[in-house]
Design a protein around this ligand. Sequence first.
Ligand SMILES: N[C@@H](CCC(=O)N[C@@H](CS)C(=O)NCC(=O)O)C(=O)O
Length: 181
Amino acid sequence: MVMMTSKLLGIDLDMRLLDVVKGEQFTPEYLQINPQHTVPALDDNGFKISESRAIAAYLTTLAPDGDKLYPNDPKKKALVDQIMYFDLDKVYKRVLDRFVFDVNATPMVAGAPYTKVKGDLLDSTFRTLELYIARGPWFAGDAMTIADVAILTSVSLAEVSTYRLYQFPNKYRRKVLGMWP
Ligand SMILES: N[C@@H](CCC(=O)N[C@@H](CS)C(=O)NCC(=O)O)C(=O)O
């Protein structure tokens, strides 16, 4: 999400790759940047911030047209925040829960085993996304914002898994998969 947002804003990031599988996020140097030991994190001349949605929101303040992606108007901004919190709490989380085991319950990465409950919860979340996008034209109003970038990131994760996205072919899939230039 941070990489896509920076690209949309025309901000060049000096990126360092961390191999989280090897545990490179636990070095004292990285824990100084991000005590949560998650990627991504940003160090902007000593200003250290983690959580991809928060980083993306911060990046919008550094670009001249950043308020297009994260509006200053309180109500518009509140709607963007609403979708980003929904994404963090439900969409991303449930895709990840579902993604660690594919439809045949084959482990893709270590994690809790796939259960029907997890599948049902993700289906329910995607039905909610359908309702939002039907209201559209974007997830948080009449223009593309970082809320769309957040959702796109989570949906891409489902897309590369074996999740049956074709269950939601009419509105959501076409809109989200077609929105990236
Ligand atoms: N809500 C966080 C989630 C970040 C996250 O969990 N990243 C995973 C990789 S996708 C990670 O860094 N895991 C390593 C760890 O927790 O030690 C965000 O959006 O930045």
